[in-house]
Design a protein around this ligand. Structure first.
Ligand code: FAD
Length: 374
């Protein structure tokens, strides 16, 4: 029986498994360093809207049992593509076909000082510890490093949390480049900037976070903040085992895949781990593409094992939304520019539709209706 190994039980890995589990005669294993699938798009809402952590996770062991696959709770540390082996922190696994769906993680660019002192948002456990720190300390300053989607969403969630707790503090987004939200259209940047002003969130452009000492945070241009908490959202990279692989990658370590999601004979990548070039740019790191890529990779493992022609990935871009905790979101959905409550609502409809299992969907709806009230 041919062995298929999926690395990562996120959106892409589980979509691959969904495709693969329809085919008999393959031995399926999925390895993940976490025991749970985590629904990442709602992590900021744990802070801003009081969504309960248990509504955002599902146990991978239970999910995989129903798909006839083995779950291995371990971390892949390296791959030998020629010998068809994956090396884990405890032992190794052989495979005939591989799907690398290990997503992305916070990149601290080697700065150990910031890595050990700042909060990050890679998993539900990270959001839980951020919230705990927030509740247990009365910080005067919150520094959010990185003015991309995640940084902006987190800053808005912090403000809503503080207002609800009747606390006041400065919230500062620190962005290295001359503008927030990188390549997004000017109207979106303008809309978000106006909203940030309304939320009393300051934005420091052309600035960077230098170091954290005790509770004091030092920025470029000789700025410093006492009693501060730092949330680092200033970049991502792929998992270490991919960084070490001798294949073509982009600067974040995403593996270049062809239109069949393949990067080497019998080896596929999907989701944030994959770098799929289309026209002038690459597909964004987003749930909709992770699911489509994972499913295509799964189908192509089946087709490879049957000696059939592989299926092309035909990604459909439904659009993107920048969700804000005060409901003044913006985005473009199916080619239409949207502002205000409608994009917020569409974002939550997408999240509820894609959340894992009826119990979690129900819990998310209840938590959202309660709006963070106890
Ligand atoms: C705070 C936040 C908000 C977001 N909001 C949105 C949004 O609103 N809309 C949207 O479309 N996208 C959003 N995204 C992006 C979206 O969540 C990702 O694009 C998506 O999760 C990628 O799916 P994936 O399956 O590739 O990776 P993931 O979902 O990250 O899953 C990867 C899995 O691989 C595991 N793994 C990693 N390395 C290893 C290893 N070496 N060994 C074993 N296991 C490993 C991880 O534990 C994880 O379970 C957001 C992301 C974040 C962090």
């Amino acid at each position: 029986m041919k062995k298929v190994l999926i690395i990562g039980g996120g959106f892409a890995g589980l979509a691959a498994l969904k495709a693969l589990s329809r085919q008999k005669g393959l031995s399926l294993s999925l390895v993940d360093r976490k025991e749970t699938f985590d629904f990442l798009p709602l992590l900021p809402d744990l802070i801003g809207r009081g969504i309960k952590p248990q509504a955002l996770t599902c146990r991978l062991g239970d999910l995989l049992k129903s798909k006839g696959a083995d779950f291995i709770n371990d971390e892949v540390v390296s791959l030998d593509l020629e010998k068809r082996s994956a090396f884990l922190s405890r032992g190794s696994l052989d495979f005939d076909y591989l799907i690398a769906a290990s997503g992305s993680q916070t990149n601290f660019y080697g700065n150990k000082n910031i890595e050990t002192s700042a909060c990050k948002l890679d998993a539900v456990t990270d959001a839980v510890s951020l919230l705990k720190r927030l509740k247990e300390n009365d910080f005067s300053n919150f520094i959010v490093a990185g003015g991309g989607y995640t940084g902006i969403e987190v800053a808005s969630a912090l403000r809503v949390f503080l207002r609800r707790s009747r606390r006041s503090a400065r919230i500062i987004i620190v962005e290295r480049s001359p503008a927030i939200l990188g390549p997004l259209p000017p109207w979106m940047k303008e809309y978000v900037n106006t909203n940030l002003k309304g939320l009393k969130i300051e934005v420091y452009l052309n600035s960077s976070l230098e170091r954290i000492e005790g509770g004091k945070t030092f920025l470029s241009q000789n700025r410093s903040f006492e009693e501060s908490m730092v949330i680092w959202t200033a970049g991502v990279e792929t998992s270490g085992y991919l960084q070490g692989l001798k294949v073509e990658k982009n600067p974040q370590g995403r593996v270049r895949v062809d239109e069949f999601m393949s990067f080497s004979e019998g080896c596929f990548a999907a989701g944030d781990a994959a770098w799929f070039l289309r026209g002038k740019g690459a597909l964004r790191m987003a749930v909709q593409f992770s699911i489509a890529e994972g499913y295509t990779a799964g189908l192509n493992v089946i087709r490879s094992s049957q000696g059939k022609k592989l299926k092309l990935l035909r990604p459909l871009d439904l659009g993107m939304i920048i969700p804000m905790a005060n409901n003044l979101s913006c985005g473009n959905v199916l080619g239409v520019d949207l502002r205000g409550r409608l994009p917020t609502l569409l974002h939550f409809i997408m999240c509820i539709y894609r959340a894992c299992g009826i119990t979690n969907k129900r819990e998310i709806i209840i938590n959202l209706l309660q709006g963070g009230r106890k």
